[in-house]
Design a protein around this ligand. Sequence first.
Ligand SMILES: [Zn+2]
Length: 247
Amino acid sequence: MIKLVRRGKPGILETNQGVWQQALDLAIKKYGGYGSIPQKERESLVSHYRHEKIKEGLVESSGEKCAFCESKPGESGNIEVEHFLPKSIYPSLTFEWGNFLPSCRKCNGSKSDHDTGADPIVNPYDIDPDSVFYYRDIQIKAIGDNVLGETTIRVCGLNSVRLMRPRAEILVALHDFSESIREAIEDYRSCTTELQRTNRARKIYESIERIELISSRDERYSGFCKSYLQACEPYCEAKKLIAERNG
Ligand SMILES: [Zn+2]
């Protein structure tokens, strides 16, 4: 999970939010509650929140990834418009821009009707996940076992096999990178001429660029990659070496 920045409210919502909400409120009043509206009628009343323009504004802000697990469409189902505070409990927030998140089908399904008002989880638009989580091996953990983090992991299923498997694959690639960059640094240190050093340094620089590409914020599971790199000694040493060379 990484920190996201909410985009401006889409025009379609700006124009129609009031009308859509009013129609829903009338039905709630008529049937005596959100859950009592006949399913077909309810579906037709709420369906506007899935408008293409609303979804577009959300996926643009997340690099087309799930806000919770950072999977890309196809891995964990398509990205859906998710209500952070569930509409079944908070129907007045059914068309509220600030209550929307882009979520994969798996996280959405796992979160389901969990009452985030009563038992909060991390909303990456509002809270920086770096202040709540860390990674140990291929598992995401709550810093100091904090309740907010623990609840988020449990409610969204952030340590399920579907997520640990790709993390393990990425981990193999990162270990491999770490090892090769360590060797490249040793190689650099053993150079006897400036020309050799320049060539080795270029290779190190290219390796850094490649690895940083897979941890860039639009890439899947970038939070996991970033966390690994921050703790990766050969990577930090290589960065320092290049910075020193560039003076
Ligand atoms: Zn997800």
